[in-house]
Design a protein around this ligand. Structure first.
Ligand SMILES: *Cc1c(COP(=O)(O)O)cnc(C)c1O
Length: 419
């Protein structure tokens, strides 16, 4: 068996691999423990290369017992060599991991949900649920529909229109809470004590969070079995960053790469930067705060894995940085106009921080830098609508078009207008 069980990250007490996420003794978070010797003996690059073109090509390192049953098309998204944006930032080897086109719901959350729901079914659950900042609810709703599981999703009441619609259309029970994500999460922890449901990011969290490792595996495989010098990762709960670090190390333990020394850089919005603040102030603890930012998918004021993300950043020699909402929008437009990728606000945070770090001289021109673009811009249209202007509207006549073109050319030859 590749899964040995669960173990507390703090006191190291062990548990069976059931639906449990906190240590009964010290309240530390639980993590899946694997039999790496067994996995290593049965896994090779060739085996991975022969696997499906989805995250399930790494099934051997994921916490499920049987074959995958949910989210069969998740993962294995494009890795883009961003030459235009790289030129702009002085980087010859800038790569973007494009999870804006992930299956089924256009965000990185399709990865964690594929693993969580497969495991939830193995553990015998027929109702699934989550506390979400938006994308997780979309991913759970769609995957639950495809697996025909009963589904409840809990979201803050003030989410973007497309993120709410992106739940309702799959017909789960959608519960909007009059409060922020941290309120939603607190309520869901209480509900999960009362109802025998699989809350993917609460009682199923040890399995769910492992799905994020697949971003690290794909990075290494798609870079030709090399590890990047730097990664820039958006932080909400801090799980994604922590698990990318774990994924790199696991591929080293498997013997697929050596000398992993990637600097991990964390990206947050200034209106919700509990990890970046702790980093800047050289604190050993995360101070919870009330989020206020357009980057709603990252708006967690009391991040469950914040302290582990902070430790991973520090021990890698990386940075945690934050950008303003204005810089988030600039980042979204820069990414779209330079690379043809329309990312959501979280992508704007990542690109904004990437740009900031590049300006600070944190990267060498010849170093390999990977930035994680985790969600799709069509879900957060409100954020960029005021900044993009409107189309030219003309009568259906050639002369009308010619007149318009003259104006376009005058505008293009004059210096860009400030907004
Ligand atoms: C959830 C989310 C993240 C970060 O996830 P954590 O693992 O909670 O840090 C990043 N980007 C997007 C778009 C997300 O929805």
């Amino acid at each position: 068996m590749k899964i040995k069980g669960l173990q507390c990250k703090e006191c190291h007490k062990t548990y069976e691999a059931v639906a449990l996420h906190v240590c009964e003794f010290c309240f530390g978070p639980l993590e899946v423990v694997y039999d790496y010797a067994f996995i290593r003996a049965n896994l090779s690059k060739e085996k991975i290369l022969q696997g499906p073109k989805s995250l399930w090509r790494y099934e051997a390192l994921l916490p499920i017992a049987g074959p995958p049953t949910v989210g069969l098309d998740a993962g294995f998204t494009p890795m883009v060599h961003a030459k235009n944006l790289g030129t702009e930032l002085g980087l010859d080897y800038l790569y973007l991991k494009n999870d804006t086109v992930n299956c089924l719901t256009l965000s990185f959350k399709d990865r964690v949900v594929a693993v969580a729901l497969t495991r939830a079914k193995e553990l015998g659950f027929n109702t699934v649920a989550c506390a979400s900042t938006g994308n997780l609810a979309n991913a759970v709703s769609a995957a639950a529909a495809s697996a025909q599981l009963r589904c409840f999703v809990f979201i803050p009441h003030d989410l973007e229109v497309a993120k709410v619609l992106g739940n309702l259309v799959y017909r789960p029970t959608v519960v909007a809470i009059e409060g922020n994500y941290d309120d939603v999460n607190r309520l869901c922890s209480e509900i999960s004590e009362e109802f025998p449901w699989a809350f993917v990011n609460i009682n199923i969290r040890p399995y769910y969070s492992e799905g994020s490792k697949t971003l690290a595996y794909e990075t290494i495989e798609q870079m030709g079995w090399q590890v990047p010098d730097h990664v820039v990762v958006p932080i909400a709960s801090g799980s994604l960053l922590t698990k990318i670090a774990k994924g790199f190390k696991e591929f080293e333990w498997m013997g697929f790469v050596s000398g992993v020394a990637t600097q991990l850089h964390g990206a947050q919005a200034q209106g919700c930067a509990p990890v970046a603040d702790a980093f800047k102030e050289q604190r050993e603890f995360i101070r919870p705060l009330k989020p206020k930012t357009i980057a709603k998918s990252l708006a967690i004021g009391n991040p469950a894995d914040g302290i582990y993300a902070l430790q991973a950043i520090r021990s890698s020699g990386g940075m945690a940085e934050a950008v303003s909402d204005e810089e988030v929008v600039e980042g979204m437009l820069l990414l779209a106009s330079k690379e043809g990728i329309f990312a959501e606000t979280a992508g704007g945070v990542t690109i904004g921080v990437l740009k900031k770090l590049a300006k600070q001289g944190r990267f060498g021109r010849n170093e390999v830098v990977v930035a994680y673009i985790t969600g799709n811009g069509l879900k957060t249209q409100e954020a960029v609508t005021p900044a993009v202007g409107a189309p030219w509207t003309i009568k259906p006549s050639l002369s009308g078009f010619q007149k318009m073109l003259k104006e376009v050319e005058t505008q293009m030859s004059s210096p860009p207008r400030r907004r």
